[in-house]
Design a protein around this ligand. Sequence first.
Ligand code: NAD
Length: 293
Amino acid sequence: MTSTIRTVGVCGAGGTMGAGIAIVAARAGFRAISYDVGQDRLDSARAQTAAFFDKSVERGKLPAEERDAIMARSETTTDLAELGECDLVIEAIFEDLQVKRKLLGQLDAVCPPETIFASNTSTLSITEIAAGCSRPDRVIGLHFCLPAQLMKLIEVSPGLLTSEATLETAWAWTEKCGQMPVKTQDRPGFILNALLVPFNNDCIRAVEAGVAEPADIDRAIKAGLGYKMGPLELIDLIGLDTQVRLCEAFYPVTLDPRSATPPLLRRMVAAGQLGRKSGRGFFAYEGGKMFGA
Ligand code: NAD
């Protein structure tokens, strides 16, 4: 039997993904409780959320009363016990198995037995995360894409012990939020990252091998394959350090040589060339503009 979701908790809601996920929930009419360890992070996420909806009002896409109602449904807390009122709690905290398992154990103690726990992990096993609590049948993967408030796709991945009812409830919730759910197995990287991490590495190795300049590789992929963004520009956006972390999560599990960190990527990260956020990666960035492409 599926359960009704009214109140949604988001853990790590002061972070990049959590803030966006809380927007998705509140915008769809759910009471959204944002939880993080630091009130300062929550305050700055709330200010960004307000700015996001203010812009929609200015553009005439959202009535001012609706913005006010969404903001009134959006709460923040640093007290985990307040998540005891949630029907669904989505965690988007650091990508670390032990940290996520510990959080699920703490949530287990404060939430009623029927509350569903979802993880936004990109690479970790849902089944292993679920082992941190006493209700693995009520744990599921809901992998949002960056930025969550704009990207529709959610990869929905049941773990080995996830019940059919949990899958149905979580799936229905994503649809109520106006998102596009896609079912995947509990495998590292699900669909997107499993295909993207090796492909992005292939492109980095092509640069390293001197096959072509980064700008020409991106141009070829865009013009020849119809991609909206070139892979090297995308890696700059994701962050070269994040790409290293993804490789380090994938390679030991898959032993796929294409998932191993390319030496050039490691050198660029050591040199502080992290992509868009540091002003330099495969391309250079200044004042929001990209150079070298
Ligand atoms: P982030 O570092 O921007 O945010 C993490 C937040 O979690 C921080 O605000 C931190 O204070 C908080 N936090 C850490 N430990 C906590 C705890 N025990 N309790 C409560 N809050 C805690 O990270 P992010 O990039 O938003 O990634 C979060 C998760 O989302 C990861 O699992 C990541 O793999 C996944 N993800 C990231 C992206 C992306 O492009 N950044 C995309 C999809 C999924």
